[in-house]
Design a protein around this ligand. Structure first.
Ligand code: PHE
Length: 456
């Protein structure tokens, strides 16, 4: 069973190891910078409510589908679909390609975050709070940002190389509690800052006038990315489960952890950014990199004597969140290579790391020597393109195919029977209706909305 025996598949030590690993994969950069920004943009509380409703219905269905499919077949995405017939192999191939596209750029951002944690110690808060020059110079500098990405990758490699139980499980058991404690600590401190209460009120009060189709599409997309769905991770992680582990309860726990953490990240970021920028609209106008690497350093810089230490702690916690997500992505790639090349885990890891290294180098060059490549129009980068193609195109398609496959080809009963091996399936009816009808429709809507937004 254990990963040391070359070709054999790995296994979790128990249900909680699975839950923790899936939560560690789910909790990542998406919770920390995307969720708070979307909540600020889409009317605070009304976004939170919509998000929760989608997680417990749609997200639940997809996660159950993937984890049960993995446990049923004992294979990663590649083999899982193929085991029902050669003609379904393409769903596995499409799904399996997604983590290979995401991991190189995720590690580049991981390198940026690692650099920032270090820079708070080396350069101090004031140097970083300069309105964006520091950040732009750093990412377009080329060599330095790649060195930080390599440092980040080296940590990921070391942990995955130690195997599922000794590496991934142990890293999650150490990093996740620290992450949580640090986040709660920073939240409490920030909420006592003058003016933070107005931001808090904005974050929590539902502004129903902001409810719109765009809000639902944004919440759906975020849910996907945040729960690490539709890229084979949950299939791989499900395949390491025991038949006796309660699947439904495990999936419910993962949802609670991921959504709970996203809520906390919002508490940590929205009120603080509100203080720095004065209004929700100002916060909402700054997404992704600029919120995290430009606005938050300004917030920290206003904290006087403890500015550098707060900045350091914040970026350290982001490093932890990004690390545990990168580990899950890398592990999924390794299991796919291992299953498809019928090779040892060691060789599969070597191949995966070499691929990530080369791709990450190309993503990094996208900010300097290859900056003329702007695949999504003026100003866009290779990283933006990989993010768009994976999140907005491939993931909705992969999820749609998985739903149609389970809903109409193998039939929901195949999954329901697998779930029932360990426990009754309480949400059986909802699962069936979601997977056959509602989820496919919602997925087509997301896909069209994303593509229209990009090219419309
Ligand atoms: N779910 C992670 C997050 O919220 C992102 C992620 C995407 C992790 C894909 C693994 C795979 O940041």
């Amino acid at each position: 069973m254990a990963s040391k025996s070359g070709g054999a598949r790995a296994a979790w030590s128990g249900k909680w190891a699975f839950i923790l690993a899936a939560a560690a994969s789910a909790i990542g950069l998406g919770n920390l910078w995307r969720f708070p920004y979307l909540a600020a943009k889409y009317g605070g509380g009304v976004f939170l409510i919509t998000y929760v409703v989608l997680v417990v219905s749609f997200g639940f269905t997809l996660m159950m589908l993937e984890a049960a499919l993995g446990r049923k077949t004992g294979q990663s995405a590649l083999g899982a679909f193929k085991s029902f017939g050669k003609k379904y192999a393409f769903i596995g191939i499409l799904t399996s390609a997604i983590p290979f596209i995401i991991v190189p750029y995720y590690c580049i951002i991981g390198g940026w975050v690692l650099k920032y944690a270090g820079a708070y110690i080396a350069d101090g808060s004031a140097a970083l709070a300069d309105g964006g020059t520091y950040f732009t110079n750093f990412i377009s500098g080329g060599g330095e940002s790649f060195i930080w990405a390599i440092a980040f990758l080296a940590i990921v490699f070391a942990i995955v190389a130690l195997g599922v139980k000794n590496g991934i499980e142990r890293a999650n058991r150490i990093l996740m509690p620290i992450l949580l404690v640090m986040t709660v600590g920073i939240c409490i401190y920030e909420l006592t800052m003058p003016g933070a209460i107005d931001g808090l009120a904005y974050y929590l009060t539902p502004d129903f006038s902001k409810f719109s189709v765009q809000l639902v599409v944004a919440a759906l997309g975020q849910m996907f990315y945040s729960l690490s769905l539709a890229m084979g991770i949950m299939i791989t992680y499900g395949s390491y489960m025991q038949k006796s582990d309660d699947l439904e309860q495990s999936v419910r726990h993962i949802e609670i952890f991921d959504t709970g953490y996203a809520f906390l990240a919002g508490l940590m970021i929205v009120p603080a950014a509100f203080v720095a920028m004065g209004s929700a609209d100002a916060v909402a106008s700054k997404s992704g990199p600029s919120l995290m690497f430009i606005i938050l350093p300004n917030v920290f810089d206003q904290m006087g004597g403890i500015a550098s230490i707060m900045g350091f702690l914040f970026f350290l916690l982001v490093v932890f969140a990004a690390l545990t997500s990168s580990i899950s992505l890398t592990e999924t790639c390794v299991s796919i290579v291992q299953d498809s090349a019928h090779t040892t885990r060691k060789k599969a890891l070597g191949i995966t790391m070499a691929f990530i290294f080369i791709m990450a180098m190309i993503v990094n060059l996208g900010y300097c020597q290859l900056a003329m490549i702007q695949p999504l129009g003026p100003g866009s980068t290779i990283l933006d393109f990989l993010d768009f193609i994976s999140n907005s195109v491939m993931m909705p398609i992969a999820a749609l195919l998985a739903c149609v496959f389970v809903g109409w080809v193998i039939k929901p009963k195949a999954i329901i029977d697998e779930v029932k091996i360990s426990s009754p399936f309480k949400a059986e009816k909802m699962f069936t209706v979601m997977v056959k009808y509602i989820a496919p429709v919602l997925l087509v809507v997301i896909l069209l909305a994303y593509v229209a937004a990009q090219f419309g």
